[in-house]
Ligand binder design. Sequence first.
Ligand code: F6R
Ligand code: ZN
Length: 186
Amino acid sequence: MLLPEGVLINGLTGEVSPDTGKYTKRLSELREVFQDRAELDRMVATEGDPVVYEVIEYKKEGSDLFFGTTTMEAGNVGGEYFMTRGHFHQRRDMGEVYYTQSGHGVLLLESRDGETRVVRMEPGVCAFIPPDWAHRSINVGTEKLVFVWVCNVEAGHDYGDILKRGMRKVVVDRDGADVIVDNPRY
Ligand code: F6R
Ligand code: ZN
């Protein structure tokens, strides 16, 4: 029998206690994600392959739900802010919740038929991600962006299309302001 448990989440660092697993994505692992690959290679070589984000999860065998944190560093590659890979769920009937704890971000969403929506990620904003909407989080601030996500264990990830051509929009820095523009690669 599964037993209830309180899990401590640090909204400033993303630490989850206890956790059941974690992974880190560094810039060199996100080469397909950013447009300016020459600048990415330069940053990897000269800045020690910076961490872009870390995911920490709490998952119990036999449960229908799991949750965790994503902690994104601040930065950009040639003006394109640090972002996650972005994905649809394999299970098209399963959505997700993103609850921002700290920092400032943009949650970029795209429906299967190409509609774009944006939800600003600010502390206290709990974003509803409907089933079958691709989602990517982008740190547009100058500090860590930390959010809690809650999802069905069977949702899965489908990265295929988004890794290949990106999403229809990209979020770039223009004189210190975040601007959403068409993806030139799409
Ligand atoms: C799970 C989910 C998040 C992301 C995480 C990293 O469905 O949406 O846990 O997996 O924020 O983003 P990706 O997986 O797009 O690199
Ligand atoms: Zn997801």
